[in-house]
Structures are given as C-alpha cells and as structure tokens.
Design a protein. Structure first.
Lengths: 290, 293
C-alpha cells in the first residue's frame, strides 16, 4: 500500500516567462507505507520539487498528490494539517535553529500543534532519545553544540511532531562517517518505533544502498525507475548515463566482470561482494586440490 | 638546501573566548610539516578535527596562537608582515569554500572572475586575458555572460575556481568544496583539481570527508584533535585500519572488502586496494596467480 502517491503531476517554474522550466512532467509514483525510500537523481531532475509536493509546499499545476489515498488539495484550507502529518527536514536544517535552548527548539513544532505540555515534553524527550541527545544537551544553547549534534537537534524538531511520513533532503551532507552513521540510524529507529514512512533524498549511493528499502530514480522531471536496491543498481549503465554515481562496490563488480570474473550484477554492498568472492576463491581452491 | 614551498612549524591555534566565557580549546595543536610545490594533498579527519582551521591558518585568515608558517622560506606569521605582504600570500594561496552560493559576488559570471584581478590594478588587456584564460581552464567560457544564480552548484564552484585561477596562484585549498554538490558536480570539481595540479603545476590541498576523493591525491594527511595522526600515500595511510577507524573515519569500501577477504584466508597480493580500479586489478591478479601456481 502507498502512504503517499503522486498521480500525473506536472509542475513548471515561472510559467509564461523565458525562464519557464518543466520541473515535473506527468509524474506518477508511490511511496510504500512503512518503507524507507531513497530518492536519487541529478541536480535539476525534479527531486526537490517532488519533495515539496509531498507536504503541500508546492501545489501541482495538474495531477493529484494523495496521502493515505486522499487528495491533499481537496480542501486547500486544510493544507496546514497535511504539514503536521508530513514532516520535511530541509538541507542543512541546523541553519534554522533559533531558540535559546535545544529543548525549546525541539518543542517548537509540537507547540504549534496545540498539544498539552505533558504531551510536548514526552515527545521532546523521545525525539531527543532517538537522535541521541542527552538531557545535558537539551539544556544547552543550540549554538554550543557540535555540527553533528546541531543537525540531529534540527531533525529531532521534526520527529517530535511525529509525522506519519518523514521526508529528509540530504540529511547527512557535510557530516563525517560517524556523524552520517548516527543520523541514518536515528532515521531508521524513528521508522521502526513509529511504523512511519520515510523518504530520503541523497547523492551518496553507498548510504542509499545501506539504509533504503526502495529506490526511486528521477531524471529530467520524470521517474526513470523504482525498485529494490538490488534491482536499481543492476542497471548500472543507465544510472551512469543519467549522471548518477554507482556505489563503490558496484563499480568494482563491473570492472571484475570486464576482466572475466563471474560475479553477479546485483552486488552493491561489501557483505554481498565478500560472499560472492569467497565463493569464487573457494571453488578455485577446491578445484586445485583435485 | 632549497626551502620547501610551505613549511609549518609547531603551529597551534585556539579559538579565543571572544567574550562568551568558553574555555579556550586548541583547534590546531603543534603541527609541523612541509608541503612541496606541485603536491596534490588531501587532508581528512572527523568534524572538529582541525582541518578547516589548519587551512585558514595557511591562508592567513587566522593568526596562529603559536608556531610559524614559512612560504618559500619567508616567515609569513612574523609581526613585520604588512597588509601588502598578507595580500601577496592570499594571491599565492587561494581558497575555494564549501557553499557555492556564498562565494560569487557579481551579477555576471565574467565580472565575478574579474573581481580579484581587478583589484590588482592590471592593465585592461591583461585583465581580459586572465579572465578568458581562467574561464577556459574550468570549461566555463560559454557561460561568461550568465547570471551566476542560473548555474548549477558544480558550475558555480567552477566559476569560484576560475576567480582564483585568474589571480595566478601557486596553491589552491579546497575546503570541502564538493560537500554540497551532486555526483556530476563532485566529479567535475575533483577532475578540475587534478587538471590544475597535473597541467598547471598548481599545488592542491583538498579537505574532504569523501574517502574516494582523498585516495586520488598523492599524499593524505589524517588529522584528529588538532594533530597530524598520519601522513603518507593513500595506500600507506589506508593500510592502517586501526588508525583510520580510531580517527572516526572509514576505509574505502574496496579496501574493507580486501581486508575481509585476507582475514578469511584468501591470498591477495600486497597492493593498493583504495579505488575500484586498483582493487579490481588486485583481485583479478589473485585469481590468475592462483591458477598458475
């Protein structure tokens, strides 16, 4: 079942001017309930426009955006409630921290939802827990946190609204390996705790391969393909043609196949490559023994 | 003995209390090293390890709390340095930053590239030539008349690089200049670094979180806690798995794979496994070698 769905959505920026650009061209795509979907595509492929569609920041010129099967623009006045149900974490969200303590910053969203003080403090505590911020950090000014902690505080601010669909645009950009790991595992924890649906936009194919259940590839304002990581990364040539990178391991497997090593086309993680290669080396060893 | 291009001696920097009562903590702590003219050097390290502070010290954006920097033998940290002397260092050592949107100042691409050299008071023809050459060097000639905000992130970075090339620098520092770019923008920027280094002999120092970028350099420096933890070729540095992990970094995936295969007893010859290309060579030769024996 799809949590959210776009049906024949078209959108142009600056229509009627010389700068008119077709950002989404008759796009139909679904985001499966309870899954983490990775949205990948080159700059200008329409990813950000699509993400803006999901929580009603951008209104389609034609077509429909469905949330749980209902058109979110049925009653435009109610679009505010959609924004409570679909949480959007923009790029570099830490630039938007503004309160004098981390705790107040994380409470900002739930407060706007008109929740009781008890409910707000429960949500703030849970969200802080998920992203790994302790009570000590909650009392600090957001500006006294490290870069990675600021990012996590900003993400917690959206998680505290407990959105059914959490959308994140490049949540780990600019973080070091440990910081990236912390952010992605917090996102996975959120999904597991709330059974919610997650959409992540990222350019890092290694991160996408590791954390996403489903990948949707966009190119030139349309959806090029959608499927499991295995399916998508086995279309290496097509991905390369649209200007996307491949995971390091996929690149390695392509090169090995060119050299005549019989490895499969659907290998994109270190674990899978390790299994395939130990088998090949193992077979060879046993042949030698004969 | 000839003085190296850049020599850093016991360099330290602490962000001051700046009135906000924070205790001073050293961001760079007693670094000593040399960088030769024409080197291609990557600096890696976790967030807060001191990489960017080190870069800002080299560019004289920050004054060291302690220690010295010599450029071609001249002490550029001496109190006798005039403003003119400082500008000369910044002409020699240019810097490209992370956010492409924060670096362009003019409303037309070629004006932006001309901004630096214009301030040198060059004759008109010389200025024209430098701008044209710089735009050609980054492959942006056809965009000379564009408004910068109509360019992609990667194109903006190339314009920022052109603005620095137009100053005819000896060294360019890229401070996480690919972090905000898509794969094409990243690839273009990294290829640009290599081209400037190989073809123009410009010293390139790249600060990056991307291991696949660092392994393309000739030399990699690992920083942690304001100190240099390791300094060597990518192969040397990445062969010390414990050190890389303890610095909060990761091995390139290909190197991890080879590591695990070796641990499982697969006989893979000693060699560089940091990039998919080199790793494929190693694994293929291991398979072949086995058949021959």
């Amino acid at each position: 079942m799809n949590k959210a769905e776009l049906k024949n959505v078209t959108f142009r920026y600056m229509p009627g001017t010389v700068y008119e650009t077709l950002a989404l061209n008759d796009v139909s795509v679904g985001f499966e309930d309870g899954k983490i979907t990775g949205l990948i595509g080159h700059t200008g492929s329409g990813k950000s426009t699509l993400v803006g569609m999901l929580n009603g920041l951008i209104r389609p010129m034609s077509g429909e955006v469905l949330l749980d099967g209902e058109n979110i623009w049925e009653k435009p006045k109610n679009i505010g409630s959609v924004r409570f149900r679909v949480g959007l974490v923009m790029q570099y969200p830490e630039y938007q921290l503004f309160e004098d303590t981390v705790e107040k910053d994380i409470s900002f969203g739930p407060k706007n939802m008109g929740l009781s003080p008890d409910e707000i403090s429960r949500r703030v505590k849970e969200a802080a827990d998920i992203v790994g911020l302790s009570g000590k950090e909650l009392a600090k000014s957001p500006f006294d946190l490290s870069g990675g902690q600021k990012r996590r505080a900003a993400i917690a601010g959206v998680m505290a609204m407990e959105p059914e669909l959490l959308v994140l645009d490049e949540p780990a950009a600019g973080l070091d390996p440990v910081g990236r790991e912390t952010v992605f595992s917090a996102i996975a924890d959120y999904r597991n705790m709330r059974n919610s649906t997650v959409v992540i936009v990222s350019h890092s194919m290694e991160d996408m391969a590791r954390w996403c259940d489903v990948l949707t590839v966009m190119a030139d304002g349309g959806v090029l393909m959608t499927g499991s990581c295995e399916d998508v990364f086995s279309h290496a040539e097509e991905l390369k043609k649209t200007g996307l990178d491949l995971p390091q391991i996929t690149k390695l497997m392509l090169l090995l196949r060119e050299k005549g090593v019989p490895v499969g086309e659907n290998i994109y993680t270190v674990e899978a490559a390790y299994a395939a290669l130990t088998e090949i080396f193992g077979k060879r060893a046993s042949l030698k023994r004969i | 003995m000839k003085e190296p291009f850049i020599r850093v001696e016991n360099l330290s920097y602490s962000y001051g209390d700046g009135g906000n009562e924070k205790p001073k903590h050293p961001a760079v702590s007693g670094i000593s090293l040399e960088i030769g003219e024409g080197e291609y050097l990557a600096v890696i390290g976790r967030n807060g390890s001191g990489k960017s502070t080190f870069a800002k010290l080299l560019n004289l954006i920050l004054d060291p709390t302690d220690g010295k920097i010599y450029i071609s033998g001249k002490d550029v940290t001496s109190p006798d340095m005039t403003d003119e002397d400082v500008y000369a260092v910044r002409r020699d050592i240019g810097m490209v930053f992370q956010n492409p949107d924060n670096q362009l100042v003019a409303t037309v691409v070629e004006d932006d590239v001309a901004f630096g050299p214009e301030n040198l008071g060059l004759p008109r023809e010389e200025l024209r030539k430098r701008v044209d050459d710089a735009l050609a060097a980054v492959g942006m000639t056809e965009f000379a008349g564009y408004e910068p905000h109509r360019l992609s992130g990667g194109q903006k970075q190339r314009v920022a690089i052109a603005g620095i090339i137009a100053m005819l620098p000896r060294c360019i520092i890229f401070d996480e200049s690919t972090a905000m770019l898509d794969p094409i923008g990243r690839r273009d920027t990294v290829e640009m670094m290599e081209k400037l280094n190989r073809e123009k002999g410009i010293t390139v120092i790249t600060i990056t979180h991307y291991m696949d970028e660092a392994v393309r350099a000739d030399r990699v420096i690992v920083m942690d806690n304001g100190r240099v933890l390791a300094d060597g070729t990518p192969k040397q540095v990445y062969s010390d798995r414990e050190l890389i992990l303890s610095a909060g970094l990761e091995l390139p995936q290909c190197a991890t794979l080879v590591d695990r295969l070796r641990t499982a007893g697969v006989n893979i010859p000693d060699g560089d496994s940091t990039t998919p290309e080199k790793c494929a060579e190693l694994i293929a030769s291991a398979l072949k070698g086995g058949e021959l024996s």
